[in-house]
Design a protein around this ligand. Structure first.
Ligand code: CP3
Length: 357
């Protein structure tokens, strides 16, 4: 019997009433909800065991593995949400682009996308290209019962950066050269990626995901001027399409080093603004005019600090989060692979205890 088949499963036990969704909507919560970006991954021995000999993108396209890997951190840590085990390049691979994820490197694109003719290798995404993703989400939602599942996609700029550079990049020089050198092609590329991201999110929401996060991980490398002119309209298109399609599904918008962009990213169509560890939550609330729930923002490196030091930081963040209409506790970026999983479990328990109402 799954949790959702349980006789006590009334609408009150629906994920819609969960602390995560309530916080995202700015409603009172029994405790501050907490989950971790990259909570599924190499910090967990049970993950490393399942991934043995299986390529990353193969794992992402195998519903049984996706389901099990997604559930692992929920069982182990008692986090307030699951996030679908997938990757931002899954939908571009699904439309036919030749991409792989190399261990310790990240996404590598065989033939980078740099010319107009390259757009032909990037057709629109239709739901029947990712039936495995819908299947995994349905299985997860049945298994998770009241615990919400977060769906996600990469935002057009961050996706474009991998496609144009051909892999991870520190300076994004080719991406910025295309953005400024051929703005028409840049906009057409981002419009196509926006279609792909929005369709990928819709598949997840239609299958039962109860919140979504749009990852624009590398947007913080842009000036505000460039962000507004060349990036924001495409992220807005993704978020607006989802808002129209599923108005009740909260939208979280996250990037790294985005202190200067927080208000613009929130206004692009988010309910929750993701904050990395470079900006205090109180400042993030002020910069977003107190109008948005916030998510964050413990430095993932501090999970390696002595517990007393870590505890002090967690107390400060839980306290600062009170300034926001809603606070979802998270890291400022993903869990680092060498993190001690037991420390993550202790963080969840402490956040819950400190914020108990
Ligand atoms: O957060 C979660 O638990 C859900 C899973 C998730 C993964 N990728 C799994 C993954 C999510 C949300 C992502 C999104 C993603 N992928 C982003 C945006 C989030 C962020 O971190 O900013 C980006 C930029 C990518 C691209 C990508 N995929 C990178 C840079 C890497 C790391 C490469 C490495 O080995 O260091 C990946 C691989 C990846 N995606 C792993 C996981 C668990 C590691 C694969 C492994 O186990 O070897």
């Amino acid at each position: 019997m799954t949790l959702s088949d349980h006789p006590a499963s009334t609408p009150e036990h629906h994920p819609g009433h969960s602390p995560l969704l309530r916080a995202a909507r700015g409603l009172p919560v029994p405790h501050t909800p907490v989950w971790f970006m990259r909570q599924a991954g190499r910090s967990l021995p049970e993950y490393r065991a399942l991934r043995e000999g299986v390529a990353m993108l193969t794992a992402c396209r195998t519903p049984e593995l996706v389901t099990e890997i997604t559930l692992q951190p929920v069982r182990r840590h008692g986090v307030d949400a699951a996030i679908l085990f997938s990757d931002i390049v899954v939908p571009v691979q699904a439309v036919g682009l030749d991409v792989e994820i190399q261990p310790g490197v990240g996404p590598v694109v065989a033939q980078p996308v740099r010319e107009r003719a390259d757009l032909d290798r990037l057709p629109e995404l239709h739901p029947d290209m990712v039936p495995d993703v819908a299947e995994a989400v349905r299985a997860l939602v049945a298994e998770l019962g009241p615990t919400p599942l977060i769906g996600f996609a990469g935002a057009p700029f961050t996706l474009a950066s991998y496609l144009v550079e051909g892999g991870p990049s520190k300076n994004h020089e080719r991406t910025k050269a295309l953005m400024h050198g051929d703005p028409a092609l840049w906009h057409d590329l981002c419009a196509r990626l926006a279609q792909i991201s929005a369709a990928f999110l819709q598949v997840q929401v239609d299958a039962g995901a109860s919140a979504v996060q749009l990852f624009d991980s590398w947007a913080g490398n842009l000036s505000r001027r460039d962000y507004l002119a060349h990036v924001e309209p495409h992220s807005r298109a993704v978020l607006e399409q989802l808002a129209t399609h599923a108005p009740d599904v909260p939208r979280i918008h996250f990037g790294v080093g985005t202190g200067e962009l927080l208000l613009d990213m929130a206004q692009a169509g988010a309910d929750v603004i993701g904050v990395d560890c470079r900006v205090g939550l109180r400042d993030a609330v002020a910069r977003t005019q107190g109008r948005y729930a916030v998510q964050g923002n413990l430095d993932p490196a501090l999970l390696f600090a002595p517990w007393e030091a870590l505890e002090g930081e967690i107390r400060r963040i839980v306290d600062e989060g009170q300034a926001a209409p809603g606070h979802i506790f998270n890291l400022g970026h993903g869990v680092l692979p060498d993190t001690d999983a037991d420390v993550l479990t202790r963080v969840v328990a402490l956040v819950h205890r400190l914020s108990q109402h």
